[in-house]
Design a protein around this ligand. Structure first.
Ligand SMILES: [Zn+2]
Ligand SMILES: [Zn+2]
Length: 406
């Protein structure tokens, strides 16, 4: 067990990787109905009460040991094999976004300003199908599968909440697996990327204070809005001038809160935004430069500033050895798919916090179908995906789990 805990590769067998494709295909009508039900009734971060209830009920009906209320609205369920063996974690997310859906499908969101615009309705459906397929193999299973249905991925708070509620303890997983439907890739393509795959995210908030006054007498005021404009412009030099060209990073100012009258110079301005990086050293360098630029500009303009930078998630980093094993296994069970290892995203994912503690892999399942207009980006009010991706995702994930426990 000790060796397993530090080296999940040791108990992987590509011969154990069973092809679940036909089994999952028989679940397809059920999966579509399930996904559409989740889609009609989306719930945002930490409000996933109906969603978690359905998930917990279905897992309990399959005979799994189910725990609810983990990390507020999260669900954990364990499928125990008949024999002793490793523990494989399968994680998915449950939350929707505060977006008003603009699609006109029969399964359009019934909840005002709530929408599954990231595909998490699909992820839950996939993982429930994986549980259904694996339950049938229980008699031959050595080890156990721990299913994590996580809340609040979109605000990068759910993984943290579940971890602090003990979701990764008893049983402690040896390997962790997860996926994301990905509309940046066409249906039939799968991205398995060794090493860093999705960026780490920071959120910043800067309050710049000057001295308000009459807009017609700017000489009597100290204008924080003009100062903020200089700060925003100067921050653009961090990525272009301070980050090495071979590294990638983003510094985006996305929101500005200030006065509301045309003839008043406001007293203060608050700006918000995000930093995205793939490496700790790059992040630290950006934070240092951010602070120096802010201090310099604000001082020169006669204002002062308070800054708050919060680390939301670390980068998603896949274990290269596990990637290699999955790549070989996937190619044999699903040779008709196109596999890519050169895809990464500046978007962030709190699966990163799980992968930091349990080695594993997070992969993208291409879900776009341009001919059917199913290629709007994630978080767009017209986002939707090709439901055939549900079968691909579930059969790959079930096959990957089987390589460790069957
Ligand atoms: Zn999202
Ligand atoms: Zn997402």
């Amino acid at each position: 067990m000790f060796l397993r805990a530090i080296c999940p590769q040791l108990f992987y067998t590509s011969t154990g990787m069973k092809d679940f494709r036909s089994q999952v295909e028989s679940l397809y009508p059920e999966m579509v109905a399930q996904r559409r039900d989740f889609h009609r009734y989306p719930e945002i971060a930490f409000e996933e009460m109906r969603t978690a209830g359905i998930v917990a009920q279905q897992l309990a009906e399959l005979g799994l040991e189910v725990q609810t209320g983990v990390g507020q609205t999260g669900v954990v369920a364990v499928l125990e094999g008949r024999q002793h063996g490793p523990t494989v974690l399968v994680r998915c997310d449950m939350d929707a976004l505060p977006i008003q859906e603009e699609n006109q499908t029969e399964y359009v969101s019934r909840n005002t300003n709530r929408m599954h615009a990231c595909g998490h309705d699909g992820h839950m459906t996939i993982v429930l199908a994986v549980a259904k397929a694996l339950v049938r193999e229980r008699e031959h299973m050595h080890g156990q599968v721990k299913f994590l249905f996580q809340p609040a991925e979109e605000i990068a708070a759910g993984a943290k909440a579940m971890i602090s509620d003990g979701a990764l303890d008893y049983p402690k997983p040896d390997v962790s697996l997860g996926l994301h439907l990905w509309n940046e890739l066409p249906l039939g393509t799968v991205a398995l990327v060794p090493g860093p795959m999705m960026a780490g995210a920071d959120l910043f908030q800067v309050k710049i204070t000057g001295k308000g006054g009459h807009a017609a007498m700017p000489n009597l005021a100290v204008d924080p809005l003009l100062t903020a404009a200089h700060v925003i412009t100067a921050l653009q030099s961090i990525v272009s001038r301070n980050v090495a060209p071979q590294d990638v990073a983003v510094v985006s100012v996305t929101r500005l809160d200030t006065g509301d009258a045309f003839n008043v110079i406001p007293d203060s301005v608050t700006l918000y935004g995000t930093i995205r990086t793939f490496r700790k050293e790059v992040r630290e360098h950006i934070v240092d430069r951010f602070q120096a630029i802010l201090d310099g500009v604000v001082t020169a303009m006669g204002c002062h500033a308070e800054i708050d930078i919060q680390a939301l998630t670390t980068p998603v980093i896949n274990d290269p050895a596990i990637i290699e094993q999955l790549r070989t296994g996937f190619a044999s069970v699903a040779p008709d798919l196109a596999y890519r290892d050169d895809v990464n995203s500046m978007a962030s994912e709190d699966m990163a916090l799980i992968l930091e503690r349990v080695p594993g892999v997070f992969f993208f399942v291409g879900s776009a179908n341009a001919e059917r207009g199913l290629n709007y980006p994630h978080h767009h009010p017209r986002f939707d995906f090709d439901e055939k991706a549900l079968v691909i995702g579930a059969s790959l994930l079930a096959s990957a789990v089987s390589a460790y426990v069957l």
